[in-house]
Design a protein around this ligand. Structure first.
Ligand code: FEO
Length: 396
């Protein structure tokens, strides 16, 4: 069922209340999601993006109920990832030869995924535009590495809508479609989680791109991403948030993340958290067992933090596999301007703290000198070292 976005622009996407994971199982979804596709019916009829492959038949059938598919003059493929391109094959089987406007890299992505099918690609780059009638046009803006090399946004003049694709999106289902109808706390959280877990590695590119887009001095009445709520109430609020988040963002928060074998390292984790609170009651402190907590939610908390403390006991001269995997993900996300400390109990060889410090440095964190490394279990002498570690993490 179509939903009106503005004037002759409708949402024709797929709302997925039951989706639990995304990117395989690499991204957790707690509040549903959507793949947003848009139908523009001006002098020309244009489909902007499609929906994920499993929903392709429903998507095309639903679209047929709204319009005669033959009326579609062209399709815009802002991004080749299959959550947006997954219905192209099905719709183009109905209307073969329909032009598909996309970047040169998107052609590579689509032909790589769906084969060389002789689709009628119209390759565009930043500043290219196409008239759609009624005095309006679509202007294309390459969004290279936001978050794939093929990503693009499309701006519709007249209605001043930016179809931003993944940028400014959230994995969050909003039946009423718009940001002003969404739960504001969830919306902000889901937008931040999406940024921290998907876009943060490209933050320096994003900063330049935001400056470029804002520099166009175009009016933005609506920012319509390809996932989640459409920003119509003060749409620039999400651009401003991205501007802040892209610049080594931090709040007054410290996150303690650990795994434990026999509760020794867990006890140190909680002592560290308590000491941070003792020294700085205004600092938000959060504690997570890496093996049990949702890793995307923990990374969102790390994104907000000015410092983290990471713990693992020594096992087989190394660290627990849960913590090793978590640290690999942490490295990928390229967080900046954050301190880190390490802790972990051991029985015999005791390498975990050194390994943690090395991996935290590799992940771009400024590791503090202090660490907590109890043998067997934390003694009073071990616990007496916690205030110094907490003070270093707090920067006091
Ligand atoms: Fe929503 Fe990069 O796909």
């Amino acid at each position: 069922m179509r939903k009106r976005v503005k004037n002759n622009v409708s949402w024709v996407g797929h709302l997925d209340w039951e989706l639990e994971t995304f990117h395989g199982d690499d991204y957790s979804i707690k509040n549903g999601s959507s793949q947003n596709a848009y139908l523009i019916e001006e002098g020309k009829t244009v489909l902007v993006d499609t929906v994920w492959t499993p929903h392709r038949f429903d998507f095309v059938e639903n679209l047929k109920k709204e319009i005669d598919l033959k009326k579609i003059d062209f399709i815009v493929a802002n991004h080749g990832e299959c959550d947006h391109s997954g219905s192209l094959e099905t719709i183009l089987a109905e209307i073969p030869g329909t032009p598909v406007y996309c970047t040169a890299n998107c052609v590579k992505s689509l032909e790589g995924q769906y084969g060389k099918r002789g689709w009628n690609f119209k390759v565009v780059k930043t500043g290219d535009s196409v008239e759609i009638g009624n005095g309006k046009k679509l202007v294309f803006v390459e969004m290279r590495m936001l978050h794939w090399p093929d990503s693009m946004a499309t701006y519709m003049t007249g209605d001043n809508i930016l179809f931003s694709n993944d940028a400014f999106g959230q994995h969050y289902a909003v039946e009423e479609l718009f940001n002003d109808k969404a739960d504001q706390s969830l919306l902000k959280h889901e937008a931040m989680k999406y940024f921290a877990n998907i876009l943060n590695p490209f933050a320096p590119i994003l900063t330049k791109k935001l400056e470029e887009v804002v520099g166009f001095n175009l009016p933005f009445d609506i920012i319509a991403p390809s996932h989640g709520a459409i920003w119509r109430d003060n749409p620039l609020q999400i651009v401003e948030l991205y501007g802040k988040w892209a610049k080594a963002y931090q709040e007054n928060q410290v996150t303690v993340a650990y795994d434990t074998m026999w509760e020794g390292t867990a006890k140190v984790a909680h002592e560290i958290a308590a000491e941070i609170h003792r020294q700085s009651p205004e600092t938000v402190v959060k504690v997570f067992n890496i093996a049990k907590a949702d890793k995307n939610e923990v990374m969102t908390e790390v994104f907000k933090s000015k410092a983290i403390a990471v713990g693992s006991p020594t096992v087989s001269n190394s660290i627990l596999s849960s913590v090793a995997g978590w640290l690999e993900f942490l490295k990928q996300l390229k967080f900046k301007n954050k301190k880190a400390g390490a802790f972990g109990c051991y029985g015999w060889s005791g390498e975990s703290v050194k390994i943690l410090q090395a991996k935290l440095s590799e992940a771009g964190f400024a590791t503090v000198g202090e660490s907590i490394r109890p043998q067997w279990k934390a003694t009073d002498a071990d616990l007496a070292q916690i205030p110094a570690l907490a003070a270093s993490l707090l920067g006091v």
